[in-house]
Unconditional design. Structure first.
Length: 53
């Protein structure tokens, strides 16, 4: 009985931790992608403002 409770508790903890890690990684990747896209937009805007030589 005690073993079953411990297994269920550990499995629940592992599942919740996994979801938290996935969400954290997803958020980090989204933020990094957004920052990269904004940098590219700024470069393109500066380049377009100068015109084609």
């Amino acid at each position: 009985m005690v073993f079953t409770v411990l297994v269920v508790a550990f499995a629940s903890f592992a599942g919740i931790s996994d979801l938290g890690f996935q969400r954290s990684i997803e958020t980090t990747m989204n933020d990094a992608s957004r920052a990269n896209l904004e940098s590219i937009q700024r470069v393109l805007a500066r380049t377009a403002a100068k015109g084609i030589e």
